[in-house]
Design a protein around this ligand. Structure first.
Ligand code: OGA
Ligand code: MN
Length: 277
């Protein structure tokens, strides 16, 4: 089966239309998806209406599907993404997803890819998801800046990503966040194949060996650089859409949706495959 997608912007995104549910659980579709992810970072299956079992099965054709702790779903590989506290123990943390980030940066290897499918969308235009291409952003940096970044490391933590959304936590809340590990990662991620991207985002709180304010300023500047309009793709959700992104080469964020929003996404994640170097 020849499967062809349509490019969404010159640098980012491929859209496939017409494939539904179980039709995605297919070796050729998986190969086309992996190729499009590699080339364009984001893959959109419009109104795929894929159920949870098939989402996991499709994920397994793309990589290693991770168990997601506290997913709030009977299947351990599915996490419910919602602000409704009765539907997810993680609801209180969702505000942090309104800030640009990469999933799993505090783990040993950031996630390879994230799969998000819209179970319920809002009709008020809230809760779009944006992606910023950190390969393209790195590529476009002036050469001298690339050289300056080559030996710099940042510290990534859950606390840093929460502080952006909740700047004045109670001591108890802060202590809870700090139970999560801090991870040192290079600012420039170089793949085995030579491709480079910027490893930044809200989990990066400081730069190793730089005074706090200088490190913060550098991280803010790099994030602003990477999220310029020419590197960004915005997805407006229709119920049933499935969006997959190369989490190693793209930042993402949800555009704000309210605490009583009915927006509900189901997420599955693929384990990282290439250690950060
Ligand atoms: C996530 C995430 C964004 C969204 O699930 O990791 O950042 O649009 N989601 O819900
Ligand atoms: Mn995320």
């Amino acid at each position: 089966m020849g499967i062809t997608g349509t490019k969404i912007t010159p640098s980012t995104g491929t859209e496939f239309t017409g494939l539904k549910g179980r039709q995605l659980v297919d070796q050729d579709v998986a190969e086309a998806t992996l190729a499009a992810l590699e080339e364009t970072g984001v893959v959109v299956f419009r109104e795929a209406d894929i159920d949870d079992e098939d989402l996991i099965a499709f994920g397994r054709l793309l990589g290693n599907v991770l168990p997601l702790p506290m997913g709030g779903h009977k299947l351990k590989e599915i996490q419910r993404i919602t602000r409704d506290a009765s539907a997810s123990k993680l609801a209180a943390y969702r505000e942090a997803t309104f800030h640009w980030h990469i999933d799993g940066t505090t783990g040993e290897i950031p996630d390879k890819a994230t799969l998000l499918t819209a179970r319920q969308v809002t009709d008020d235009g809230e809760g779009d998801t944006e992606f910023a291409n950190t390969y393209a952003a790195y590529e476009a940096l002036p050469e001298e800046e690339k050289a300056q970044l080559a030996d710099l490391y940042a510290l990534h933590s859950f606390a840093a990503s929460q502080l952006v959304a909740i700047p004045n936590p109670s001591p108890e809340e802060r202590a809870l966040w700090d139970r999560n590990p801090t991870r040192k990662q290079p600012i420039v991620w170089t793949r085995g194949n030579g491709r480079k991207s910027l490893l930044v985002g809200s989990t990066a709180g400081e730069v190793v060996d730089l005074p706090a304010d200088e490190g913060r300023a550098l991280l803010d500047r790099l994030l602003a650089w990477a999220t310029q309009p020419q590197f960004v793709l915005r997805h407006r959700w229709t119920q049933g859409d499935l969006v997959i992104w190369d989490n190693t080469g793209l930042l993402h964020r949800a555009l704000p949706y309210g605490p009583s929003s009915t927006r509900l996404m189901h997420r599955a994640s693929l384990a990282g495959e290439e250690a950060v170097a």
